[in-house]
Write a protein that binds this ligand. Structure first.
Ligand code: ZN
Length: 651
């Protein structure tokens, strides 16, 4: 493979000013057709497939030999073998969840119910609402216990509430799916039908009070810190004492109830819905949550609904891929430690740190020259920028898995123990200082993130590879690809949500009123533009939901292009393959978003994903960027042309 951009990715029969996505990625789309196991396959997935093969090699080295009990090697190797043992999985069928199903079925009163809800949470399920420990938005150096709306298996409230034909069809098929799964778990047709009605009733009630994505993006609307004593007064109908004692938080004092409506509705459900219906709902959480770790019949039915119906995927991933992904989830940092040792070169880290530094100064220059922001706010913004906590490659200290036991009972029993292990790890953080050195992603992940609470940007080793990053490629490529990703994560610190947090990660307004208004007016241009995009016949993008990500793409492009020009100013790059360095910058950017997608997945992601679809991260983002017009000679004759006064201009 040649370094940097690959002209085979392009489709030069398309006009760059008509459909830049096709122009830059049409060749890639043709050369990487969707296989049955994908509902969307893009550059990210292609690299993730490659990483998965590397992980498989590392895992198989361990699984092929006998390892000493209690070692990480034994845990990884044995769990992989358990996941692959189809004979045993099928012989066991649904028996690994039988005793828990019976336990739920035997609940006799509300007090037992509260205990059970807590126990299910500890095994990794989230009936009714979620409970977790995370940094306190108003006191970001400390962890606090928090509740969060949850409990609906379709994930999105819209699936329960919308009445368009597609959503109604999903809902009808969800009901059939619930019945089939209950029958597979040993229930009669009559019992399964009754259970399905109960599940749908409870989940619809939870969906009705759930905030939509736009409201969930407003941190103030999701912050209600209170004492547990006050919570008990406000929601007396829920057995908080039993619940907290069971999860190991007996003397809990403070809590953030992210959405009070959700918790109140749960209390109302528990007090008005007959016990046997609630039992059905809780049994469903167990059946649904364990399905992919049981015999093939459960796995297949689970895929039939969530894979085929919901996403349009045609076939299941082979067993080894599912196994590698699950081990990645259970023992992520243990696998990651092996991964970076073998596959992450030290010089990648050095070049990345240099890129981050250049991007940081470029954003600083851009902030300083903004016409719409006062000197006062600029000083605060620059301070926030200069205190970014930068993580590249892998964590300095690794997670300890010694308390996790992997043994030869059943796949689900191991997953349950792992969930319990993770839950205990999390609960242990309650009321303690936030550990800034902890990573929010494993090193082998093909992704990156910004965390407002710690003001950190993180780039795992997994993404620091082609086509995001290439040690052999020139600056046009690396600034266009990983450079924009770095700028994207930095901009999250200054998007519609991130800008509400100060340099220490506290939810505290550091803007003058006028600067805040200016920002919102400029952001509204972006939201309106993406609202106007038709992503499928009759279906529009959600500009407010995708606002943060679109602002981040926009900022990323602006910042990285400026840094690229500065880095190459003294030593201009040559024309290569007929493309100028500026053109190659934008082509490399577009190729990061190359991909194919099924129509069902477009509809699902439009409801569920805060990111715009790949095509629109290119064709929606670039018309806002002046340098792109210059690079490709785009004029008002081109369909993608936007007059200057209609273009987004923020960072
Ligand atoms: Zn993002």
């Amino acid at each position: 493979m040649t370094a940097g951009i690959d002209p085979a990715n392009f489709d030069v029969s398309a006009a760059p000013g008509t459909d830049f996505f096709k122009y830059a990625c049409g060749g890639w789309q043709k050369n990487n057709p969707l296989t049955g196991e994908y509902s969307r396959f893009g550059s990210f997935d292609k690299l993730a497939e490659n990483n998965r093969k590397q992980l498989k090699g590392l895992i198989e080295e361990l699984s092929s030999k006998k390892n000493e009990r209690g070692t990480v090697a034994q845990k990884i190797g044995d769990l992989y073998n358990i996941a692959l043992d189809s004979t045993k999985l099928n012989a066991q069928g649904v028996s690994p969840i039988k005793s828990d199903l019976q336990k739920i079925g035997a609940v006799k009163n509300k007090s037992e119910l509260f205990k059970l809800v807590a126990e299910l949470r500890m095994m990794g399920l989230s009936p009714y609402f979620a409970l977790y420990v995370g940094s306190d938005d108003m006191n970001s150096s400390m962890n606090i216990v928090q509740t969060y709306q949850s409990g609906i298996s379709l994930g999105e409230r819209d699936y329960y509430l919308d009445n368009d034909a597609h959503t109604k069809d999903i809902r009808a098929k969800y009901q059939i799916h619930i019945v089939k799964m209950f029958k597979l778990a040993g229930f009669s047709e009559v019992e399964a039908q009754k259970a399905m009605k109960a599940v749908l009733n409870i989940e619809t009630r939870l969906a009705k009070v759930a905030y939509d994505h736009v409201k969930l993006r407003n941190p103030h609307a999701n912050y209600h810190k209170m004492t547990v004593a006050d919570l008990k007064k406000e929601v007396p109908a829920f057995g908080w004492d039993t619940f907290f004692t069971t999860v190991g938080l007996k003397d809990l004092k403070d809590i953030n109830v992210a959405q009070m409506e959700s918790v109140k509705e749960v209390a109302s459900i528990i007090n008005t819905v007959p016990l046997r219906e609630q039992i059905a709902y809780l049994q469903w959480k167990l059946i649904d949550g364990s399905a992919s770790y049981l015999g093939d019949k459960s796995v297949a039915q689970n895929f039939d609904f969530y894979g085929k119906t919901l996403s349009g995927t045609k076939e299941m991933k082979p067993r080894w891929k599912r196994a590698v992904s699950n081990i990645d989830g259970v023992l992520g940092e243990a696998v990651g430690q092996m991964y970076v040792k073998k596959y992450f070169p030290a010089e990648s880290k050095e070049r990345m740190l240099a890129l981050v530094k250049n991007l940081q100064s470029s954003l600083g220059e851009r902030i300083q020259s903004l016409s719409w922001m006062s000197a006062e706010t600029k000083a605060k913004a620059l301070e926030k920028l200069s205190t970014f906590y930068v993580k590249v490659g892998y964590p300095d200290k690794w997670r300890n898995y010694s308390a996790l036991e992997i043994k030869d009972d059943s796949y689900w029993a191991n997953i349950k123990r792992s969930n319990n292990f993770d839950f205990a790890y999390m609960i242990n953080k309650a009321g303690k200082p936030v550990d800034k050195d902890e990573w929010g992603m494993t090193p082998q992940t093909v992704n990156a993130y910004y965390n407002p609470a710690t003001n950190e940007i993180c780039f795992p080793a997994g993404i620091l590879q082609y086509p995001f990053f290439d040690m052999k490629a020139d600056d046009a490529f690396n600034y266009g690809a990983i450079g924009v990703v770095i700028g994207h994560e930095m901009t999250h610190g200054f998007d519609d949500q991130g800008r509400q947090y100060d340099k220490d990660g506290n939810l505290k307004d550091w803007w003058t009123a006028e600067d805040g208004k200016n920002f919102e007016a400029r952001a509204a241009v972006m939201a309106n533009f993406f609202d106007s995009i038709q992503v499928a016949p009759g279906v529009h993008g959600n500009g407010k939901f995708t606002l943060g990500e679109n602002i981040a793409d926009h900022g990323g492009l602006q910042i990285s292009f400026q840094a690229f020009k500065k880095a190459t100013a003294g030593n201009p790059l040559p024309v290569k393959d007929g493309f100028t360095p500026e053109q190659r910058f934008f082509l490399a950017y577009a190729n990061v978003w190359a991909g194919n997608i099924r129509p069902e997945e477009i509809l699902r992601l439009t409801k569920a994903d805060p990111h715009s679809l790949g095509k629109w991260r290119v064709d929606g983002a670039l018309p806002q960027i002046g340098a792109w017009y210059e690079a490709f000679n785009i004029t008002e004759k081109d369909p993608m042309f936007l007059p200057l006064e209609k273009r987004v201009s923020i960072w």
